[in-house]
Design a protein around this ligand. Structure first.
Ligand code: PMP
Length: 401
């Protein structure tokens, strides 16, 4: 089966990379952009850049309209109750840091913050550092053998001292949907705040934050086929109202004097300074592009590719898969082969995959590994990409064994 992607030609970078001999299988790190996003970026700059929320002039109004248009789109995309529940940040990392500072005053020494063993550093270090600042306890939910957060242990560990739960929807290493419904219900039952890291999850299907029942949900535009430099932080109205301001500067106050200031609430009160205007507009184009695709066809294509990836890995001796990935990616190690050597030989053959700890060092330690190779798929990948990858893998293993 050739597994052609009908969307590949929408992405100019794919033909450029192919012409260079590169096979791009690293979309979980960052995705290529469709022409529609490139057009939106160029369109904004070519028609006249202007700052948002400040100027009365035509370019300023036009930029503000487009910028706020993306906010409305993102609210619809996530089924937020209002565009005012959508904050633009630099990405998932900044969104979680914003929360770790903005919620800090709500916690008392001895309170517990709960994360899981599979978190990306972006959803670990901000909470770890907050715990150190405020003498809180960071509780880590363990995983089961399939790479799922263990619900039996979660029921024991989420308790009356739990003040916040922050977990990933989909792991960037293990590629499994986590049991969010159950976890969020456990946290809510304790009156704890809930944060969902949707950096990987947001890329696969649309998610309804109200149905999910979280207080905060965040993702990065660059993984969702949009420009880099921008992320979305959804906050449920009442949860947002509890956030303390964290960065201070232009366009976030009603009034300011030398002695004091009266800050805007969300979203503008949390978007001090000039935002990534072009990127926000480009994110709008990415959401438009994705919204117009046949979601079932995309999911079907990605699932077929993923099966081919798993089957190919399973057919090779000594390949150890990390967990039981169910979509989008597969991380693996090869018995008696050093990751760095394998990664080097794959790179030499033009295979763009990621090798290392994937910003999840504690997870790697838990799994008893120093690192792994990760192959990750985008909607533009096709069967030929995987054939090239397996051809290169076989050659590399022949040399290394
Ligand atoms: N969480 C997860 C699960 C991720 O995969 C990533 C990106 N690798 C992040 C958070 C951080 O995203 P960003 O670097 O865009 O802030």
């Amino acid at each position: 089966m050739s597994l052609k992607s009908p969307w590949r030609s929408d992405f100019p970078a794919l033909s450029a990379l192919t012409a260079e001999g590169q096979t791009y299988l690293d979309s979980a790190a960052t995705a290529q952009k469709p022409q529609a996003v490139l057009d939106a970026l160029l369109g904004y700059y070519a028609s006249g850049a202007a700052n948002v929320h400040r100027a009365q002039h035509l370019p300023g109004e036009r930029a503000t309209r487009a910028f706020e248009g993306t906010r409305t789109q993102a609210a619809h995309w996530l089924n937020a109750a209002s565009p005012a529940e959508i904050l633009f940040t630099r990405g998932t990392t900044e969104a979680i840091n914003l929360l770790a500072y903005g919620l800090e005053q709500l916690f008392q020494p001895g309170d517990e913050l709960v994360i899981s063993a599979l978190e990306h550093h972006a959803n670990l270090l901000p909470w770890q550092q907050l715990a150190l600042r405020r003498q809180l306890k960071l509780v880590v939910l363990p995983l089961d053998d399939r790479g799922l957060i263990d619900l039996v242990r979660a029921r024991e560990l989420i308790g009356p001292r739990t003040r916040l739960l922050a977990v990933s929807q989909l792991s960037n290493v293990l590629g499994r949907w986590q049991p969010l419904t159950e976890l969020l219900a456990l946290a809510r039952a304790q009156g704890a705040l809930t944060v969902v890291d949707g950096a990987q999850g947001a890329v696969h299907g649309r998610h309804d934050v109200r149905a999910m029942g979280c207080d905060f949900y965040t993702f990065s535009s660059h993984k969702l086929y949009g420009p880099d430099g921008v992320g979305v932080l959804y906050g449920r109205g009442e949860a947002l109202a509890r956030l303390r301001h964290w960065q201070f500067g232009g366009e976030m106050v009603h009034t300011a004097s030398y002695q004091a200031a009266d800050f805007h609430g969300a979203p503008l009160g949390f978007e001090a300074g000039t935002p990534a205007i072009a990127s926000v507009i480009g994110l709008g184009a990415a959401l438009d592009y994705l919204g117009n695709l046949d979601q079932a066809a995309v999911a079907g294509h990605e699932a077929a590719l993923h099966l081919k990836l798993l089957a190919g890995l399973a057919a090779r001796d000594g390949v150890r898969l990390l967990g039981e990935p169910e979509l989008a990616l597969a991380s693996f190690q090869v018995e008696s082969v050093h990751n760095a050597d394998l990664a080097h030989l794959l790179t030499e053959q033009g295979i763009a995959v990621r090798a290392g700890h994937h910003c999840a060092m504690p997870l790697m330690q838990t799994l008893g590994l120093s690192g792994a190779i990760r192959v990750s798929l985008g909607l533009y990948n096709d069967g030929t990409d995987l054939e090239r990858f397996f051809g290169a893998l076989d050659k590399a293993l022949e040399l290394l064994r």
